[in-house]
Ligand binder design. Structure first.
Ligand code: SF4
Length: 53
């Protein structure tokens, strides 16, 4: 059974190919710290699923 959570993702990166009306329509997203595996603030995190249109 799939135990992964799912949620709506609101995103304002309008030039991503998965973005439609400020919502993410990617089947899943991956978010990483900009460096290593720890971040101190939200600005140190990035959506690595982003693909330009
Ligand atoms: S893949 Fe990332 S950047 Fe693209 S719409 Fe989804 S959350 Fe936004």
């Amino acid at each position: 059974m799939n135990q992964h959570p799912s949620m709506e993702v609101m995103c304002h990166v309008n030039n991503c190919k998965f973005n439609e009306a400020n919502y993410c329509f990617a089947p899943k997203i991956e978010v990483n710290a900009q460096s290593g595996d720890q971040a101190s603030s939200s600005t140190e995190t990035v959506c690595t699923t982003f693909k330009p249109q």
